[in-house]
Design a protein around this ligand. Structure first.
Ligand code: PLP
Length: 408
């Protein structure tokens, strides 16, 4: 099993107190993870020793920066098991990956009356870009329903997934319920009707082994900042033939082969989709994050998260009046969204903060999902490689104190 105390020593922020004499209990990694020293140092080293623009300078620093940036692309591509690094487009984040797909593939392939199939448990990043596209093209967006216990209702698939469906886009892991969806099965179902399959990997890549070839998805989106890497960079994986057929997303420098006053031709993959100066230090930091996670081992990370999540769900279920949302332990990732009768989720988060416990409250960018279940918000604790049972106990003690404070 992962040595959690050894892992904790890798994260300098865990030594910072939330308030005087109040240690930080960071339970919001699903929103954005903390960064290990190896990542911070890799970015620092770039700025201190080889800082220069990439892909264009004919001098040593620029060549070193280009090599480091492209080496990072190779690491990230291998991490999700892409066939080649050219299939990995660097984007700002998962949100940009979906916008790129909807704008580039969507505008070229979606026509009036076509259907785009999503699920009710999607993050807004995998809803809004498709809604914008559907509005422009007079297409139709449909949703696979979610059951009361937080699973996708796959009995509706025959009815919802038809020859009219041009793309099925769904999350691998829900950021609210933690549900781990049957990725291979959904991708195969999409392909069976001739639709494309796009997967939201934002809550999967940080937590479990990912294999885009085994899953056979056509497009796959994820963010560095949720997997120990910096903000400002993420990945869009796509199968080469698909990416080659897709028109560019943004135009400008770096993404062209030739520009004349009359028109332009475009660079090969992956640069066709990367206009302008990229997030260089962030790319290098992303590569360092992948190195770090590989060193710990993704199987070990997943096993530890299953252990700590199971422990947390058991302990939380003992808190009187607390309702846990989503599937049971063993069938979900490391998030626990809950409500407590008589308490507002934001008040809970605010009072937990007084004890140094950082959680998130709100709709977690999944407003339609919350509305479906008749709630405006939940409080969400999320767990990662540095979460200890001691921290879970502090969360539970603090919740019990809050309940007493409100005489519940
Ligand atoms: N998809 C899921 C499942 C998420 O959890 C998130 C972030 O919380 C996103 C997409 C959007 O990620 P980003 O804000 O990095 O674009």
């Amino acid at each position: 099993m992962l040595d959690v105390n050894k892992v904790r020593a890798d994260f300098p922020i865990l030594d910072v107190e939330a308030y005087p004499d109040t240690p930080l209990v960071f339970l919001d990694s699903a929103a954005s993870s903390q960064k290990p020293t190896a990542v911070i140092e890799a970015m620092n080293r770039y700025y201190r020793t080889i800082n220069a623009n990439v892909h264009r300078g004919i001098y040593r620093f620029s060549e070193d920066a280009t090599n480091a940036y492209e080496a990072a692309r190779g690491k990230v591509a291998r991490f999700i098991n892409a066939r080649e690094s050219a299939e990995l487009i660097f984007v700002r984040n998962t949100t940009e990956a979906f916008n790129l797909a909807a704008y580039s593939w969507g505008r070229a392939n979606i026509n009036a009356g076509d259907e785009i199939l999503l699920t009710e448990m999607e993050h807004h990043a995998n809803i809004v870009p498709w809604q914008l596209l559907a509005e422009e093209k007079e297409a139709i967006v449909r949703y696979i329903p979610v059951t009361a216990d937080g699973f996708l209702d796959l009995s509706t698939l025959d009815e919802l997934l038809t020859e009219r469906t041009k793309i099925l886009s769904f999350t691998a892991v829900s950021n609210v319920f933690g549900t781990i969806n049957p990725i291979k099965k959904l991708v195969a179902a999409a392909h069976a009707v001739g639709a494309l399959a796009m997967v939201d990997g934002a809550q999967a890549v940080p937590h479990m082994p990912v294999d885009v070839q085994a899953w056979d998805c056509d497009l796959f989106a994820f963010s560095s900042h949720k997997m120990c890497g910096p903000t400002g960079i993420g990945g869009l994986y796509g199968k080469r033939a698909l990416l080659e057929a897709m028109p560019p997303f943004m135009g400008g420098g770096d993404m062209i082969r030739k520009v004349t006053f009359e028109g332009s031709t475009f660079a090969d993959l992956p640069h066709k989709f990367e206009a302008g100066t990229p997030a260089i230090a962030e790319g290098i930091g992303f590569g360092a994050a992948v190195d770090y996670l590989n060193e710990l081992g993704m199987e070990e990370i997943h096993a530890y998260e299953q252990f700590i999540t199971t422990y947390a769900l058991e302990e939380l279920s003992e808190v009187k009046g607390l309702k846990l949302w989503g599937p049971p332990a063993g069938k979900r990732g490391g998030v626990a969204a809950f409500t407590i009768e008589g308490l507002h989720p934001h008040d809970i988060a605010d009072l937990l903060d007084k004890d140094g416990i950082a959680v998130r409250a709100g709709h977690h960018c999944a407003m339609p999902l919350h509305k479906k279940f008749g709630i405006n918000a939940t409080t969400r604790a999320s767990f990662y490689i540095h979460t200890t049972t001691d921290e879970v106990d502090k969360l539970v003690d603090s919740l019990n104190r809050i309940r007493k404070l409100f005489r519940l």
